[in-house]
Design a protein around this ligand. Structure first.
Ligand SMILES: Cc1ncc(COP(=O)(O)O)c(C=O)c1O
Length: 343
């Protein structure tokens, strides 16, 4: 095998030899090591000696920009800060400007439908596990084009299976860390079973969560149940749906909405079941471990909750961070920065 010697001079030439079509979705990135932003996916790199890379020593959160405005930004940042506190990760100095940075990056990316990934890392320094080797925490923000699930998932529903992967202990489940190996293995379980998603159980056999989704079950007796957030990430989508579902209780459409222990057997018998998450909203589950759920089609509670959530995501001023796309201010400096950015 012949191996080219990579130098600063030929690095990008070598990198660009192979097409990377998936990178077409990468719109913009901020990196606190440069204190700058880029729209070139080739530059969206993280140093290998950042402990984030070789130890998973970092935390992250993902929020969504819908029709040009960011939904639940504060809730996501609050969870990010909670995750950072839980692993004694100090906020990097530039985090004080994280809101402006996020808005600026979204406009740089130029897409009104996008996902924003905010990562806080322990920082570069060595290949050890010792955080004191690091120069200090870093902030990385990526804006990625939003690609929804195929419409058929919402129109026809999806199948899920129980995963055999042991779920995280409560302490780790509540931290949105960059240590997602169990979640990755759950995804593999799902794919091997011919599904998109799988669901983990806790040691007592109660439903916990999906690889990156929370689970909701509308039971035979008309109660909407979510597993409590003790053994799962406190999903921002599930929490919001929980609040919105109270309207269905008021209208007498459902008896109650509660956090509860749910066994798979109860879910097999449920009228409806769904997964929730930032990038998928609510997806109806129509088969679980090969058993049909309800009528095996998306049900009326799913339909109502979807409408309520979408209304919230597009119209609830209290939860939307508005971006002024019509009057962008120029904040980028340097050559080739044509796109003005509003903050
Ligand atoms: C493990 C896990 N559970 C649940 C969720 C859903 O949370 P949210 O609704 O905040 O996206 C996620 C989302 O990233 C997750 O990673």
């Amino acid at each position: 095998m012949k191996m080219p010697l990579i130098t600063k001079e030929n690095f990008f030439r070598e990198l660009e030899k192979e097409p990377k079509p998936w990178q077409e979705e990468y719109l913009a990135m901020y990196c606190s090591q440069w204190k700058g932003a880029t729209t070139d996916p080739h530059l969206m790199l993280i140093p290998i000696d950042d402990h984030l890379v070789h130890r998973g020593d970092g935390v992250f959160d993902v929020m969504r920009c819908v029709r040009g405005n960011i939904y639940q930004m504060e809730a996501h940042l609050e969870r990010l800060e909670r995750s950072a506190r839980a692993i004694s990760l100090h906020l990097p100095p530039d985090y004080t400007e994280v809101r402006d940075l996020i808005k600026a990056l979204v406009v740089m990316g130029g897409e009104k439908e996008c996902l924003i990934r905010v990562v806080l890392s322990r920082g570069p320094g060595s290949f050890s596990t010792d955080p004191s080797d690091c120069i200090g925490p870093q902030l990385y923000i990526n804006v990625i084009r939003f690609r929804p699930l195929p419409a058929s998932c919402y129109e026809e529903g999806i199948g899920v299976v129980t995963s055999a992967v042991p779920i995280k202990k409560a302490f780790f489940a509540n931290i949105k860390s960059c240590n997602y190996l169990p979640n990755v293995l759950m995804k593999l379980d799902a794919l091997r079973a011919g599904c998109r998603y799988s669901i983990g159980l806790d040691e007592e056999g109660f439903i916990a969560e999906g690889s990156t989704e929370n689970v909701g079950v509308f039971t035979q007796d008309g109660v909407l149940k979510f597993p409590g957030f003790k053994r799962t990430l406190s999903g921002i989508t599930a929490s919001r749906i929980f609040e919105l579902a109270k309207r269905l209780v008021e209208e007498g459409i459902i008896k109650d909405v509660i956090f509860a222990n749910i066994r798979p057997e109860e879910a097999y018998e449920a009228k409806e079941m769904f997964l929730t998450g930032t990038s998928l909203n609510i997806v109806p589950v129509v088969a679980y471990d090969g058993r049909r759920i309800g009528e095996e089609v998306p049900g009326p509670i799913y339909a109502r909750l979807t409408t309520l959530l979408w209304e919230d995501m597009t119209n609830n001023d209290a939860l939307l961070t508005r971006i002024d796309w019509d009057h962008p201010a120029k904040i980028l400096e340097g050559e080739g920065c044509q796109r003005p950015v509003s903050i």
